[in-house]
Design a protein around this ligand. Sequence first.
Ligand SMILES: C[S@@+](CC[C@H](N)C(=O)[O-])C[C@H]1O[C@@H](n2cnc3c(N)ncnc32)[C@H](O)[C@@H]1O
Ligand SMILES: [Zn+2]
Length: 269
Amino acid sequence: MCDENEDLNKRLTKQLLDCEEEKKDNLDTWTYALKELAEIQDAFKTDENENINLHEKTILDVGTDALKPLYLALKFEPSKIVGINNGVISIASEIETQSKLLTKTKIGFHDCNFFNEETLKKICEQEGITDKFDFVIISKTLHHLRTKECIAKKRDPKHECTEDESSCIYGFDEQEIFKRLLELGKRIVVNEYFNATETDDDKERGQGGYFTTNEWTKIFTHLSENYKVQLVRPKWLHFGKKESHQIESIIRQIDTLCFYVEKSDSNKP
Ligand SMILES: C[S@@+](CC[C@H](N)C(=O)[O-])C[C@H]1O[C@@H](n2cnc3c(N)ncnc32)[C@H](O)[C@@H]1O
Ligand SMILES: [Zn+2]
């Protein structure tokens, strides 16, 4: 009997602690989103010293947390923000509804995988988006858009790729992904966290795993050779072909990068 009580006590204590942990996680999500948006917002500028003006602008948030769109709407009132995410976000519909009382920005969230072009096209039609979005934000989500063959398999031929294989890491196809992103929006705002010593908790199969130094070098080489690239964080720096070698030393000193990519004047239609 005494043992049973002790067991019950332990279980209840654990449940209570889990509950507290979950509440803290929920609160952290709101405060992190606020902090991150403060770090991303300069990417809406073209010149470091200008004021941000998002009036009449449209924004697509890929892999949305629903919170950055809310903060953006409250502060800058763009005309429309569409957020897509692979899976439903519990607070999304409440934010969509309640925000109508606080901002003129129309916010629409949809359960949609970035790779599902048909669904995304329908969502854009439904949301009345006839032209490209002015901005596409992709925050802490770029490394989930891995589509190339498994890097683990290339490294170790004995590695077996299965559907639920947690050790798979697919390669990242910067050419295809940025081509597609720039079909959707005029400016792509990327915010990426990476840390070689940490595991990516929400990696799904081979889609996920933070970018390595080599991957960043490949990405920035491709982008600087083909597009206009502006680094926003850790410092405001135009990233032309001449600057692309600097990426290695920059990413050694930090764990978050924010930059934007646009078609350069020569490849704009
Ligand atoms: C690390 S979270 C980042 C969330 C948010 N953007 C932020 O800055 O905190 C990555 C999000 O991307 C979503 N995601 C991953 N792959 C996706 C895909 N192919 N299409 C749409 N969303 C995707 C996941 O569901 C997850 O919500
Ligand atoms: Zn694999």
